[in-house]
Write a protein that binds this ligand. Structure first.
Ligand code: NAP
Length: 515
């Protein structure tokens, strides 16, 4: 059964991609638009206009996109016949976003397409460029009257949206003066991931969990997004960002909101976003002293990953050899409302970690009374719900069960819902979902101005404290580890430890060994 979204045929659509020659378009946007085309989700009349300063012909630009699609599309290499039809919709405009003539030329191209199609198209301006260019592009789009029709023109802003509270407010104010909020799509691609979208379905389409989803039954929550990769060739950008800005401000806090939000009254964009921003408003702001107790940072040193020596962060290209930028951040947050009072939410993220995994673990409180003798419960574990976003896409409920045998021995077992085992087809990439949402005008999975600002507001005390005080022990964790010792201490103080992704292939032997 097709969903409602895919049955809405968008009107003729032009994607203008600022940063057409960049990495994001190459790896993510072009493959996503191509897949939407193959899914028959694009209107008959559509065009992609990529822009950049690099001198390319339409043909050369198409070749570059094809290379990206062949390399990165979830569907593998493009079929020759399909590509031959698709590529006629792709154009390139050599231009500098800082120059007036860029926008005059764009206007001409859009008008020509509208004339050819005999219908006014909707135009989606995708800003896949450095955030420094957001204001200049936005101003020019508005001043060249390229966004006058508020129902037909949309702008998509990539992260990072602002560098701190002040800059995000300034950017929101500028955009608010130039456009209607319904034209503004602040993307956080995590929200387009299937497993992330499923959190809403899991929580609000099942009656089973809601009675347990509160401080009476949940002991603590962990949100862990770790990567094996280092900063690679993005050192220059990362130096000015760090883990807190790059990951916590957006992806991790959005995951936290999905777990902690109250039930919306409907699935409308405003209602869902209102309930999410309520969470951010209820999160406890740290004083200076509380920052020291509740937030820790790390920076990776050199080490070995899968038998290969890898450089430390300070040795990476574009990185200051004395850098104070954190590549790891962990924090313990509280949400001051009736549902969550006293329940710690631990979040952590880091680069060059032992595993690439995004996992949310909800640890339930222990049984009120043990009836089994101690020897039967060697591997006792409290009930835990594990939502794995990547690489494994699954939800596991960890329970105690009797191990087969003549004696009464208990083991922790998993009830698993995994996408691979359940569905005989592949899930769309996050960018496919989000681009389609942009086309049909659904802002549910995009960040509203007040959400972005509330997230910055929450993190400002930590950012300020870390900037004001240089870390004296950087680098403090080695590649292929689980981060610095201070992160273990942060959670161990409360009697807990960080959970890592359970391996689905593990089985118990008769002796209770987990192999
Ligand atoms: P990138 O590879 O460095 O691409 C930058 C793009 O900007 C290039 O197409 C470049 O084209 C264009 N550009 C630079 N100066 C220009 C100018 N004066 N006029 C016109 N075009 C100009 O960067 P990216 O990785 O694609 O990232 C783009 C944005 O997406 C950034 O905001 C980034 O934070 C965000 N983002 C990227 C990823 C990712 O996976 N790459 C993920 C999440 C968010 P020319 O050199 O041809 O001018």
């Amino acid at each position: 059964m097709p969903s409602i979204k895919t049955t809405i045929k968008a009107q003729p659509t032009i994607f203008v991609i600022f940063g057409g020659t960049g990495d994001l378009n190459w790896r993510k946007l072009a493959p996503a638009i191509y897949n939407l085309y193959l899914e028959n989700s694009l209107p008959e009349n559509f065009a992609i206009i990529g822009t950049g300063r690099t001198k390319l012909s339409d043909e050369e630009f198409r070749e570059k996109l094809l290379e990206g699609i062949n390399k990165f599309s979830r569907r593998g290499k493009a079929d020759k016949k399909d590509w031959a039809q698709f590529c006629h919709h792709v154009f390139y405009q050599i231009s500098d976003v800082q120059k007036e003539e860029t926008y005059t030329e764009l206007r001409g191209r859009i008008e020509k397409l509208a004339k050819d199609w005999k219908q006014e198209p909707q135009v989606i301006y995708y800003l896949a460029v450095s955030p420094n260019f957001f204001p200049v592009i936005a101003r020019n789009i508005a001043s060249h009257k390229l966004s006058e029709n508020v129902d037909n023109t949309r702008l998509v802003f990539e992260k990072p949206f602002g560098h701190d509270l002040e800059s995000s407010k300034a950017l929101n104010q500028l955009l608010g003066e130039l456009f209607d909020e319904k034209q503004i799509y602040r993307i956080d691609h995590y929200l387009g991931k299937e497993t992330v979208q499923n959190i809403m379905a899991f929580r609000f389409a099942n009656s089973l969990f809601e009675p347990l989803w509160n401080r009476n039954h949940i002991e603590h929550v962990q949100i862990s997004v770790t990567e094996q990769l280092g900063v690679g060739d993005r050192g220059g950008y990362y130096e000015g960002a760090g883990a807190l800005r790059d990951m916590v401000q957006n992806h991790l806090l959005q995951l936290l909101c999905l777990i902690a939000m109250e039930a919306p009254t409907n699935f409308g964009a405003e209602e869902v976003r209102n309930r999410k921003v309520d969470v951010l408003h209820a999160m406890r702001r740290f004083s200076k002293e509380e920052v020291r107790l509740n937030a820790v940072r790390g920076q990776y040193g050199q080490g070995w990953i899968e038998g290969k020596e890898v450089p430390g962060y300070r040795e990476e290209e574009g990185v200051d050899p004395d850098s104070n930028t954190e590549t790891f951040a962990a924090a313990k947050f509280f949400i001051d409302n009736w549902r969550w009072q006293g329940v710690p939410f631990y979040v952590r993220t880091g680069k060059r970690m032992h595993q690439t995994a995004s996992v949310i673990s909800i640890q339930f409180k222990d049984v009120p009374h043990f009836i089994f003798p101690p020897e039967t419960t060697e591997t006792w574990q409290q009930n835990r719900l594990v939502i794995s976003i990547q690489p494994e896409m699954s939800i596991r409920l960890q329970l105690q069960a009797k191990r087969p045998g003549l004696e009464m021995v208990l083991n922790t077992v998993d009830m698993v819902f995994d996408y691979k085992g359940t569905y005989a087809f592949e899930a769309p990439e996050a960018y496919e979902t989000l681009l389609l949402d942009t086309m049909v005008g659904d802002q549910t999975l995009f960040m509203r101005a007040d959400q972005v600002e509330a997230a910055w507001d929450l993190l400002m005390p930590i950012l300020n404290a870390w900037q004001a005080k240089k870390s004296l022990n950087f680098p403090n964790y080695s590649a292929d580890s689980w981060g610095p010792e201070v992160a273990e201490a942060l959670i161990a103080r409360d009697g807990f430890h960080w959970f890592s992704l359970p391996l689905s292939t593990k089985k118990y032997t008769k002796d209770g060994e987990h192999i």
